[in-house]
Design a protein. Structure first.
Length: 373
């Protein structure tokens, strides 16, 4: 009798709809000068609906954002090259207020042109900014009050690549610390390298690792990358040749184990890859295609790290730059820069495939989406 009651109770619980939670997402954009540049949305994790909370922050070209682990601070690049005589861009630190508005704490120069990405170390004490046109990395300390120090170190890349017009010099595009914070990886689109640095202490804290870089295919243009949950694999999306490079730590060195295209073989138009993310459980890899205007989905083998194509889906917009997976792992939100909108897709848990929800919200030149987790 008790078993029967337990089964009936379980059936009743299964029929009760899950309670929707509202998550907050900040959106970075390209602006036309100083103006409303960072927007705040509420996201319903059951329906997939986005709602503009109409609490914008004024800034110039906040094309990439990141949020501190304690959820107290937000940081934004200012993708510019004219903030001083050295052709510098900038970074702004904001306090996230209780009403979700952003209050400026301070602003520092990157001493490199067109900063396009920033990342914070796992301990929350260091920040690294990638300067695209400057071809350099700028290092800062994150101070206890959330403000940023002046630049403490700068690393200038050198070299070029064979792709016409896009690889005449270095173009640092993104950087990330590994889970321990002891290594920093940085993708340079202009020289086809994934750089590797040891992270120490002191004024010169970042030094080349014993394996200082992984050389990728000539003309590939590595842009963004993501780590597998166990840290054994790195997935690099390459903008210029529309591929994902799979790297594996083998015998103390990172080596390429697979190259896979992100667009259909019969597609003849232009395409420039942008962003890449693994699913939270590490079973799937997603990559965005600008030009083909799609998200490609790959199933991942956790043993050898290799990918198998599963699906390519229209983003229902134009020029998908950055995209993000919501905190539940059930949705993907896509920032479509040229169609001025954000589209929402639901993830099928067993297959990893995605389907358009029908939700599309207008936003001027969205290029970065960050959840306040």
């Amino acid at each position: 009798m008790k078993l029967l009651l337990f089964i009936l109770f379980g059936i009743l619980l299964a029929g009760i709809p899950a309670v929707a939670k509202k998550h907050i997402v900040y959106v970075g954009t390209y602006t036309k000068g100083v103006g409303d540049g960072i927007f705040v949305y509420s996201f319903n994790d059951q329906s997939g609906r986005l709602t503009n909370l109409k609490k914008p922050a004024v800034i110039n070209n906040p094309s990439y954002l990141t949020i501190s682990a304690d959820k107290k601070y937000l940081y934004a690049v200012e993708e510019l090259s004219n903030l001083d005589s050295s052709k510098s861009g900038g970074v702004s630190a904001f306090r996230i207020e209780k009403d979700l508005k952003l209050s400026l704490i301070n602003h520092v120069l990157t001493h490199g042109a067109d900063p396009c990405h920033l990342t914070i170390s796992p301990d929350g004490k260091k920040m690294v900014v990638s300067n695209y046109s400057g071809g350099s990395l700028s290092m800062f300390n994150v101070l206890p009050d959330g403000s940023l120090s002046e630049m403490v170190q700068r690393i200038q890349d050198t070299g070029s690549g064979p792709f016409p017009g896009r690889q005449t010099g270095p173009h640092a595009h993104s950087a990330q610390f590994n889970a321990t914070g002891k290594l920093l990886f940085a993708a340079d689109l202009g020289i086809d390298e994934l750089k590797i640095y040891n992270v120490g202490v002191g004024e010169i804290a970042y030094n080349p690792d014993s394996q200082p870089f992984v050389k990728l295919a000539p003309g590939s243009g590595p842009r963004h990358f993501d780590f597998s949950p166990d840290g054994r694999f790195i997935y690099v999306i390459c903008e210029l040749n529309s591929t994902i490079e799979v790297l594996m730590k083998y015998g103390g060195e990172w080596k390429q184990v697979q190259t896979i295209k992100t667009i259909p073989k019969d597609y003849k138009g232009e395409n420039w890859c942008a962003d890449i993310h693994l699913s939270p459980d590490g079973r799937f890899v997603y990559g965005s295609n600008r030009g083909h205007n799609s998200i490609s989905v790959f199933k991942r083998d956790p043993t050898n790290g290799k990918l198998v194509w599963a699906q390519t889906v229209s983003v229902e917009g134009n020029w998908p730059r950055n995209f993000t997976i919501d905190p539940t792992g059930r949705f993907i939100l896509v920032a479509n820069e040229k169609s001025n909108d954000i589209t929402v897709f639901r993830i099928d848990e067993p297959s990893g495939k995605i389907a358009y929800t029908g939700f599309k919200v207008p936003n001027q030149s969205p290029v970065c989406l960050k959840f306040l987790r």
